[in-house]
Each structure stands twice: as structure tokens, then as C-alpha cells.
Design a binder for this molecule. Structure first.
Ligand SMILES: CC(C)(COP(=O)(O)OP(=O)(O)OC[C@H]1O[C@@H](n2cnc3c(N)ncnc32)[C@H](O)[C@@H]1OP(=O)(O)O)[C@@H](O)C(=O)NCCC(=O)NCCS
Length: 159
């Protein structure tokens, strides 16, 4: 299977808009439509493709470390990481996170580290990130709209 991450363009919009989460999962991440409408200039949005098929999306928040006290300097934030429900549970989440951790050092050579927060009631995502190389800081972020979140990070190494 060939996996790629591509910067989001308007050509991707129709496929992204078809990614719709259950009400339960929508507490933890955005639907495609919401993802597109919430993008800010400091966000770099990406689509995840497996064998040319769009299976999900995420964004890199380049201002994450100025928004959250828990970040080290020169760090990025991973947000809205979502696998299309029709493609969940097949290992794509884990493979995508592994793949993006491999690719990010090339794309963001001035950054050392990447953070994310994951809701304490979202064990599937926590497990996925953990399996793919993110480390739990064992600190909680309390500011989320859907309850406490684990703070996780990964080193971005060019080595
Ligand atoms: C979280 C998400 C990205 C995982 O993607 P996925 O493709 O379904 O995950 P994978 O198939 O790669 O599974 C990853 C691991 O999680 C495990 N897992 C799946 N559901 C689980 C659950 N309810 N509880 C615990 N572990 C679970 C899988 O067994 C697998 O572990 P393993 O490799 O040790 O067997 C996907 O469910 C999703 O998009 N959820 C909605 C949006 C969201 O919550 N995003 C995260 C925001 S922080």
C-alpha cells in the first residue's frame, strides 16, 4: 500500500466534504466540512491518501506553541487528525501517524517536536498515537470543550 500526505487544495474539497463522523466521534474531531471552514492562516492542512484514495485529513498548527503553555519552543501542533469512518479500524490511523512523523522533519526543519491533545474519553485515538510513536507527557490539558485531554508529543528528528 502506497501512503502519501498532500497539502490540501480546492481539488480535494469534494472528497473531504464527504468525510462525516458519528456524533460521538465529532466531539473529538471535525467533519470534513467543519475542517475546511475552520482553517486559519497559521494552519497547514493535509490530506492522507492510501493508494490514491483520500482516507483522512489533519492539520499542522504552526502557532500551537504560542497558544498552549505546555509546549516547548520550536514545536508544532497536530490537530483534527481524522480517518474517514468507512476506512477506520484497518490500521490506517496508525500507519498515517507513523508516516507523518517520518515526513514532518523534512517539511518543518526548524521544528524539534510536535504536540497533540487527545480527549481522555477517546482511547482509540490515544492508542493509535501511542502505537505510532507519540509519548504521553502524563499531563492533562483542562481547557478542551469536551473534557480533559492527555497531552502527547513526539520528537521530530532528521537523523
Ligand atoms: C482515532 C482514529 C484516527 C484511529 O484511526 P483508525 O484507522 O481507526 O485506527 P487503526 O485502525 O490504525 O487502529 C489503531 C489502534 O487503535 C486500536 N483501537 C481501535 N479502537 C479502539 C478503542 N475503542 N479502544 C482502544 N483501542 C482501539 C486498534 O486496535 C489499533 O491498535 P492495535 O494496532 O494495537 O491493534 C479514528 O478512529 C478517527 O478518525 N476517529 C475520529 C476522530 C478522532 O477522534 N481523531 C483524534 C482526535 S485527537
Amino acid at each position: 500500500m502506497m501512503m502519501v500526505i498532500e497539502r490540501l487544495t480546492t481539488l480535494h474539497y469534494p472528497a473531504i466534504k464527504q468525510i462525516v463522523l458519528s456524533e460521538q466521534q465529532n466531539k473529538f474531531s471535525a467533519n470534513g466540512e467543519q475542517f475546511l471552514s475552520a482553517l486559519e492562516p497559521s494552519d497547514n492542512a493535509y490530506v492522507i491518501k492510501a493508494d490514491e484514495l483520500i482516507i483522512g485529513f489533519f492539520k499542522i498548527d504552526t502557532q500551537f506553541n504560542s497558544r498552549y503553555d505546555f509546549c516547548k519552543p520550536a514545536s508544532l501542533g497536530l490537530r483534527s487528525f481524522t480517518i474517514d469512518p468507512i476506512h477506520q479500524g484497518k490500521g490506517f490511523g496508525k500507519q498515517s501517524v507513523r508516516f507523518l512523523l517520518q515526513q514532518l522533519p523534512k517539511l518543518y526543519s526548524n521544528h524539534d517536536c510536535i504536540y497533540l491533545t487527545v480527549n481522555c474519553k477517546n482511547p482509540a485515538a490515544h492508542h493509535c498515537y501511542n502505537q505510532a510513536g507519540f509519548i504521553d507527557t502524563n499531563e492533562l490539558y483542562q481547557g478542551g470543550s469536551a473534557g480533559p485531554q492527555h497531552i502527547m508529543y513526539a520528537q521530530l528528528s532528521n537523523l
